[in-house]
Design a binder for this molecule. Structure first.
Ligand code: MGP
Length: 197
């Protein structure tokens, strides 16, 4: 009898299966709370580097504990960038880049699109992963937005591929636009649309 029972009980997971699940690369969360801006403070003065992680388990722990945009008041920005890349135009990986942007007037949409994008990034679902810098969720009074930052704005084919894939990931059929950081730098307003998909 005892041996029959033993035969039906599944074996405990092997030691290797208990190891954390390693991601392809390291990622860093950043946070910028501008809800109470200091007068005259330079852009980026409230930008803070959060946690760097490289396992699936750490990702879920961080996501559950902290990084859910809708929990935050307006004028907060959340970022997930490749480790070593700062979410700034000044970073060498971003300097010649740009961003795809999607807007949302509903908080749950922002959270859903944010999570889908995070999973696609850490799961390396973009073919041209080298082109990706990271993603920014911007919580705003009127309209939230999500921006996917890429590296080589002038490479239209690469950006169009990424834009199409991102629309699948966030499950939208709305048109999305791509702007160059260079234009934002020069024009100091939302960049004009260079590509659409
Ligand atoms: P933004 O945050 O990219 O525009 O830049 P957005 O999100 O359309 O505007 P918001 O009001 O909804 O936040 C807004 C302004 O912030 C720019 O015009 C710059 O003055 C400054 N800024 C933004 N970024 C991402 C950078 C950056 O990377 N470097 C520097 N130096 N300034 C920046």
């Amino acid at each position: 009898m005892a041996s029959e029972v033993a035969a039906t009980i599944p074996e405990f997971p092997a030691e290797a299966e208990k190891q954390p699940h390693k991601l392809e690369r390291k990622w860093t969360f950043w946070f910028d709370n501008q809800s109470k801006p200091k007068q005259g403070a330079a852009w980026g003065s409230s930008l803070r580097k959060g946690y760097t992680f490289d396992t699936v388990e750490e990702f879920w722990c961080l996501y559950d504990q902290i990084f859910r945009p809708s929990k935050f008041p307006a004028n907060a920005d959340f970022h997930l960038f490749k480790a070593g890349v700062e979410p700034k135009w000044e970073d060498p990986e971003c300097a010649n880049g740009g961003k795809w942007t999607v807007t949302s007037s509903k908080k749950p949409d922002l959270d859903n699109m944010w999570l889908s994008t995070l999973m696609a990034l850490i799961g390396e679902q973009f073919d041209d992963a080298d082109e990706i810098c990271g993603v920014v969720a911007s919580v705003r009074q009127k309209q939230d937005k999500l921006s996917l930052w890429t590296k080589t704005a002038a490479n239209e084919a690469a950006q169009m591929g990424i834009g199409r894939k991102w629309k699948e990931v966030i499950d939208t059929t709305d048109k999305i636009s791509y702007g160059f950081h260079d234009d934002s730098r020069r024009e100091s307003r939302a960049p004009r649309s260079r590509y659409q998909v």
